[in-house]
Design a protein around this ligand. Structure first.
Ligand code: CS2
Length: 488
């Protein structure tokens, strides 16, 4: 099994023999596959160019002791299995030094958050992990976890609660705060997190909220790498390359990108040496990625769940679906994006289509289809709103939303049943299952105000486009794909 004391067999798969074990300087909340194939790798590469104590302590917030135990049994080591059209490359990553599982390891987490040597707390907790009220952007005070953390601020379990408790410890000890770095797919992710944390702190201790507002940096980032769930094929690929067993490898595509707003008062790894782009304003990159990549990913996922394509590469291999996705980006999404002149949107679009076609990745549509209530607003509804405001057509985008609605009935066109995984699953499936016509389906789901703000839900052009698309989908996704691929 991989471990830190016997690297001989897999030395050739480490990035460099010149590795010095760093002390922990980053606590990362949400130690899923994405972080391990992205920030942890950038951080390792950066430390190889410029030494520094930027070891990572990863935290799982779901009480997943099996993940902690599997990683700790390997001393935090794991391999990244990069799968490209031309083959597989396996790299052992060493920057992860410790793994904790909340709530079991709370004392150790708070010891680290209070420790001045921890200068960054980063996050990949997915959209729902922010516990935001979708209407106001403040922490959602009706969320049971948030209510618990307000009543028991010393035993927090949510992101706003944990960050406030950690920042309070710094302030009370007269120490500088850590920088808080969101790496999730939210629009303006730094500002969104700052608002959730400060609104939570205001309820608890207004002076703490004021201190956070003045002293804590929440830079925004755009993160990009397609990272599926681990399968046995990845364990086998790692073992055959390394000669030892890795129980927790991470598969990913060769491509990766990280654009970071450069505001780190307490310092940061030299991530730019590993290819990260440090910029003054991330917004154009972030919005382009959400609206082009994540939006078309979700569209492919919902249409595929209905039509029966298992992976993104299967879906994009279907000629009409590829044509539809190309047109959706070219005709409906790209024209809404204000990007710098140097950002070539046509090249970006074509590169995305090539990344989707990677046959080695096996990115399952069911994985992307999760949490639609959290994903649709920033990925697709933002573009729909911009186009409706400008009086522009939205047919293809409406097909994407109608595909999500139809997906929420819980069965594919061939009758296969699947589960809906979403924080709003109960409400969404009740609405979808009770509808007996496309009109009812659209009306029942437009009424979910956590997803559709009143102004959007009441827009007649949106309703008409959704009813049209839902009607087509009712007679089969493949036929709807053909028809929408050939729109003028
Ligand atoms: C995907 C993303 O699962 C999803 O919803 O759209 O995880 C996507 O693979 C990444 O954002 C790519 O950077």
């Amino acid at each position: 099994m991989l471990n830190r004391s016997s690297t001989a067999s897999f030395d050739a798969h480490c990035l460099s023999p010149r590795w010095q074990e760093p002390a922990i300087g980053i606590v990362h909340l949400g130690i899923g596959n994405f972080h391990r194939a992205h920030e942890a790798l950038y951080t390792e590469e950066a430390m190889l160019v410029q030494t520094g104590d930027w070891g990572i302590c990863g935290v799982t917030l779901q009480g997943d002791v099996s993940k902690r135990d599997a990683l700790m049994a390997q001393g935090g080591l794991y391999s990244v299995v990069e799968r490209g059209p031309d083959g597989v490359r396996v790299t052992v990553v060493r920057s992860l030094r410790e793994v904790l599982a909340m709530p079991f390891d709370r004392a150790r987490l708070f010891e680290l958050l209070a420790d001045e040597r921890v200068r960054i707390v980063s996050l990949t907790v997915t959209e729902k992990g922010y516990c935001r009220d979708p209407q106001t952007g403040d922490a959602d005070f009706t969320h049971p976890g948030v209510a618990h953390d307000l009543a028991h601020p010393d035993e927090p379990g949510t992101v706003p609660g944990i960050l406030c408790a950690g920042l309070k410890a710094r302030r009370d000890a007269g120490q500088p705060p850590f920088t808080v770095l969101s790496c999730d797919n939210l629009s303006h992710n730094g500002d969104a997190l700052r608002q959730a944390v400060c609104s939570f702190a205001r309820r608890l201790d207004p002076a703490l909220a004021a201190w956070i507002e003045t002293h804590v940096a929440f830079p925004s980032t755009m993160v990009d790498r397609i990272v599926p769930a681990t399968t046995d094929a990845d364990r086998e690929a790692a073992q055959s390359a390394l000669g030892v067993r890795d129980e927790v490898p991470v598969p990913c595509e060769p491509f990766r990108q990280w654009v970071i707003e450069d505001r780190f008062p307490a310092g940061r790894p030299a991530w730019e040496t590993a290819g990260a782009q440090l910029v003054d304003d991330v917004a154009p990159f972030e919005i382009a990625k959400l609206r082009m990549l994540n939006a078309t990913h979700s569209t492919l996922a919902y249409l595929s769940m209905l039509a029966g394509f298992e992976t993104i590469s299967d879906a994009i291999g279907h000629a009409a679906l590829r044509k539809l996705i190309h047109a959706m980006m070219a005709r409906e999404i790209a024209p809404t994006l204000a990007v710098p002149a140097s950002f070539d949107l046509a090249a970006y679009r074509d590169a995305l289509l090539n990344r989707y076609a990677n046959p080695a990745l096996k990115h399952r549509c069911a994985q992307i289809a999760m949490d639609g209530s959290q994903k649709m607003p920033p990925r697709i509804l933002s573009t729909i709103t911009a186009r409706l405001d400008a009086g522009q057509p939205i047919e293809r985008l409406a097909l994407a939303v109608a595909a999500w609605f139809t997906f929420l009935r819980g069965r594919a066109d061939d009758g296969t049943r699947y589960a809906i995984s979403d924080p709003l699953a109960a409400r969404l499936t009740r609405a979808a299952e009770s509808a007996d016509t496309p009109e009812h389906l659209v009306d029942a789901l437009l009424a979910v105000s956590d997803v559709f703000p009143a102004a959007l839900a009441g827009n007649p052009a949106l309703r008409e486009a959704l009813v049209g698309a839902a009607t087509k989908l009712a007679s089969g996704a493949l036929a709807a794909i053909e028809e929408y691929a050939n729109l003028d």
